[in-house]
Ligand binder design. Structure first.
Ligand SMILES: Cc1ncc(COP(=O)(O)O)c(C=O)c1O
Length: 403
């Protein structure tokens, strides 16, 4: 048992099952020598639009660029002499959700999260929106592969008259409570194909989705420096295209995605059931509640027709032992990660926005208590049991009795 090795992600295991399919495709692109845009990108965009259930999918260079382009398409920018525009986004997310806002000279305004789902708290967002001047957009994130409550967020966007840009970087194939894929109901959906995502490229890649013809046209122009026709620029864009090589690889992988999702969901349920056998409760019960259960909280999961794709499987343990547990897991060859150790309102680069410890308690607590476990599709039952037993043994031995 102790010789087991459980990486956080096993991309080689995935590649081994795809090698025969991928090699001729990659060779084909190399033979064609058509590397930028072209038929592979166009076909992938059609297939992605079908998968998400939207009229338009537009490839770009990364999920971060997707966010940047989405904001640009909505006119977010800093114009000298004009008041600064603001965009509300969660404090507990990957950096680029807010970085994209700052890069355009606009100002991120950080909302707290719901401690059960880790997604942005809509009540707090509404409060912030009411007192935020020049609010240009809201970017909720479908964190870890779980949808936000789209009905409620769409209604909030309409109430406030601002676009809801979905950061769906971790959530291609996630379905909301109505069973609708994320990235199809907001003004624009932003996706990432970073290699560790459920649909990962062989490098960076991203895409935008929308049902709005005008926004789609803007995005297509913005990603090629704002030129249309080529070399004629009515707007200033960026160079952000999806490589043909990446598009060709993603087309192959997209065909396997639902199968991989199913395996991740199976692995997540297995973990949750195994933790529950040891008495662990789910994240709806705060860790601070005094029970005889081990101080471990598992994700609550979702019910049909919603679909959580478990881009990450994240548990909570007491902050006092979280980092030591990570070390223990490392010493037992169990990969793990903390998404994210520093909430964005406390990042050094955002210090001028005035965020302070205690401002966003749920984001801060999550940053100290959460830990992501390996949930990749090829994870075996034996590996999952080893992970659970290692976590439970450590927590039972070291977690102080919670009062
Ligand atoms: C929530 C979220 N937003 C945005 C991004 C940015 O995507 P990329 O790494 O492709 O730029 C990521 C990727 O890690 C993410 O997880």
């Amino acid at each position: 048992m102790s010789e087991m090795n459980v990486p956080l992600l096993d991309l080689k295991a995935q590649y081994n099952t795809l090698r025969d399919e991928l090699e001729p495709i990659v060779r084909g692109v190399v033979e064609d020598q058509w590397f930028i845009m072209g038929p592979q990108v166009a076909e992938f965009e059609k297939e992605l639009a079908d998968y998400v259930g939207v009229k338009h999918a537009i490839g770009c260079a990364s999920g971060s660029d997707a966010l940047l382009l989405a904001l640009m398409a909505h006119g977010v920018s800093h114009k000298p002499g004009q008041p600064v525009q603001r965009v509300i986004c969660p404090a507990y997310t990957f950096f680029s959700t807010a970085g994209s806002v700052s890069r355009l000279g606009a100002e991120p305004v950080f909302a707290d999260i719901d401690p059960v789902t880790y997604n942005m708290d809509i009540k707090h967002t509404r409060e912030l929106a009411k007192k935020t001047e020049n609010l240009a957009a809201i970017i909720p994130v479908h964190l870890f592969g779980q949808s936000i409550d789209m009905d409620a967020w769409i209604a909030l966007g309409e109430e406030l008259g601002v676009p809801i840009i979905e950061d769906a970087a971790q959530s291609l194939g996630t379905k909301d409570a109505t069973g609708t894929p994320v990235g199809s109901r907001g003004s624009i959906g932003c996706f990432s194909f970073f290699p560790s995502k459920n649909l990962g490229a062989f490098g960076d890649g991203g895409a935008l989705t929308t049902n709005d013809d005008e926004l789609a046209e803007k995005l297509r122009i913005l990603r090629v420096h704002g030129g249309k026709p080529k070399y004629y620029h009515s707007v200033i864009g960026v160079n952000s295209r999806l490589d043909a090589l990446q598009a060709a690889i993603l087309r192959v992988k997209l065909g396997h995605l639902d199968n991989w999702h199913a395996k991740r969901i199976e692995n997540a349920h297995r973990y949750t059931n195994l933790f529950a056998e040891h008495g662990a409760l789910d994240s709806a019960t705060p860790l601070s509640v005094n029970t005889d259960a081990p101080a471990i909280r598992t994700p609550t999961g979702v019910e049909d027709p919603a679909r959580h794709i478990y881009n990450q499987y994240v548990i909570r343990v007491p902050a006092a032992i979280r980092d030591d547990l990570r070390e223990e897991l490392k010493s037992k060859n169990i990969g793990n990660e903390v998404y994210y150790p520093v909430p964005l309102h406390l990042q050094e680069c955002f210090a001028d926005l005035g965020g302070a410890v205690g401002d966003l308690p749920h984001s801060e607590l999550a940053a100290h208590e959460t830990i992501a476990l390996p949930v990749f599709p090829e994870l075996t039952d034996q590996q999952a049991r080893y992970v659970v037993e290692t976590v439970v043994a450590y927590v039972n031995q070291h977690a102080p009795q919670l009062a």
